[in-house]
Design a protein around this ligand. Structure first.
Ligand code: B12
Length: 295
C-alpha cells in the first residue's frame, strides 16, 4: 500500500512523501514546547500531538506527510510597489494541496481506513511530522529545510489508522551560519535556538491590532515575511522568479470594498485575513515611503 500511495502522489506531481508513526512526541515537550507555549506563544500557535485525541481514542496510527514546493520570488521590487511573501503569491495552497491529498485519502477511505486531511489550519506540528518523516531538517530560522526545495515548500498531512513501514529522520544539519539571526529585523530568531513567534514580522503583519513598536517592522512585504529564507544558504540553489509576484502599486492604490478585495484576491492564501489588515499594512508602508521622500 505504501508504494501505491507514493505512485498516486507522483501522478499529482508530489514526489516528497514520508510515513510517520503517530504518538505523543515527548521530546517536543522537553525541548521547545513548554517555552513556546508560555513565552513566545502567538494566537496562531498549535500544540503537540495529543494522545487523548488520537492514539487513546484509536483514531489514527500514522501520518502520511508530503511536501509541495512553492515558487521563490525576487524581492527587489521597485519601492513604489508593495508585495506579499512568496508563499502567498500563488493559488491558495490550502486548496491546491488539499485537492492532491484528497486523491490519497479517497483511496484509503475506499479500502475501509480512516483518513483526515490537514494543511496548515490544524493542531498538528506539521514541521515536526515532516522532520520525523525524513523530509527535512530544522534550520536556525525554524523553517524545515529540504535538500531539493530549500525552505520553499508547504507541508500537507493525512492522518490514518492504516499502518506502514515508517521512515527515518534526516540526519543533515543546518549550517548554523546565523545569517537568519543577524538579518531578522525584529529579533525573532534567538541565538539560543528559540523562535519568538510574537516578534516574527510574518506574525506582526498578519495580526489585527499592532502596537507602534510593531508598526515599525511593517515594510514593503505587506503580508508574511521571507527575510530569514532569503538569506539562508540552504536556499542558494532554489530558482528565483521575477514575474507573477503579487505587486501592489502603492501610488495608485485605492481603498477597496470587501467585495472588491475578494474579487481580486480570494484565490490567494493571504486573503484569509481580509482587507483591513492588508490595507493597514499598505498604508503604513506608503506613509513610511512618503516620509523618506520628504526628508
Ligand atoms: C502558527 C504558524 C506560523 C506563525 C508562528 C510560527 C511560530 N513558530 O511561532 C507565523 C505567522 C509567525 C508563521 C510564519 C511563517 N510560516 Co507558518 N505556520 C504556523 C502553523 C499554523 C503552526 C506552527 C506552530 O505553531 N507550531 C508550533 C510551534 C511550537 O512549533 P515550531 O515553532 O515549529 O517548533 C516546534 C517543533 O517544530 C520543534 N522544533 C523546533 N526546532 C527544532 C529543532 C530540532 C532539531 C527538533 C528535533 C525539533 C525542533 O520544537 C518546537 C516545539 O514543539 C504551521 C502549520 C502547522 N499546523 O504546523 C505553519 C507553517 C509552520 N508555516 C509555514 C510557512 C511557510 C511560514 C512562513 C514562511 C510564511 C511567510 N512567508 O511569512 C513564515 C516563516 C516563519 C518562520 N521562520 O518560521 C510552513 C512551514 C514550511 C517550512 N519549510 O518550514 C507551515 C508548516 C505551513 C504549511 N502547512 O506548510 N507561521
Amino acid at each position: 500500500m505504501r508504494n501505491e500511495i507514493i505512485e498516486l502522489f507522483k501522478k499529482e506531481g508530489i514526489s516528497k512523501i514520508g510515513f510517520v508513526k503517530l504518538e505523543y512526541f515527548k521530546e517536543l515537550e522537553e525541548s521547545y514546547y513548554l517555552q513556546h507555549k508560555y513565552e513566545y506563544k502567538t494566537e496562531f500557535q498549535v500544540g503537540n500531538i495529543d494522545d487523548k485525541t488520537f492514539k487513546n481514542n484509536n483514531l489514527f496510527n500514522s501520518a502520511i506527510v508530503v511536501l509541495m514546493p512553492y515558487k521563490r520570488y525576487s524581492s527587489d521590487a521597485k519601492s513604489d510597489y508593495a508585495y506579499v511573501a512568496s508563499s502567498f503569491c500563488d493559488a491558495d495552497y490550502h486548496i491546491v494541496l488539499k485537492n492532491k491529498l484528497e486523491v490519497v485519502s479517497d483511496f484509503l477511505l475506499k479500502l475501509g481506513f480512516k483518513a483526515k486531511i490537514c494543511v496548515d489550519n490544524n493542531e498538528l506540528d506539521e514541521r515536526y511530522l515532516a522532520y520525523k518523516a525524513g523530509l527535512g531538517f530544522y534550520g536556525l530560522n525554524h523553517l524545515l529545510i529540504n535538500e531539493d526545495y530549500g525552505t520553499y515548500f508547504f507541508i500537507g498531512v493525512i492522518l490514518t489508522d492504516a499502518l506502514f513501514k515508517y521512515d527515518k529522520t534526516n540526519n543533515r544539519k543546518c549550517l548554523k551560519c546565523e545569517k537568519c539571526i543577524n538579518s531578522c529585523p525584529s529579533g525573532a530568531i534567538k541565538s539560543n535556538g528559540m523562535f519568538d513567534g510574537k516578534s516574527c514580522i510574518s506574525y506582526i503583519n498578519q495580526k489585527k491590532n499592532i502596537t507602534s513598536r510593531e508598526e515599525s517592522f511593517i515594510n514593503q512585504c505587506v503580508f508574511g515575511c521571507d527575510i530569514c529564507a532569503e538569506v539562508c544558504p540552504h536556499n542558494e540553489k532554489v530558482a528565483v522568479y521575477d514575474d507573477e509576484r503579487v505587486l501592489i502599486d502603492i501610488k495608485n492604490y485605492k481603498h477597496m470594498s470587501n467585495r472588491e478585495f475578494n474579487n481580486k484576491y480570494k484565490n490567494y492564501a493571504f486573503s484569509w485575513r481580509g482587507r483591513n489588515v492588508f490595507e493597514r499594512n499598505i498604508n503604513i508602508y506608503k506613509k513610511k515611503k512618503e516620509k523618506r521622500i520628504d526628508l
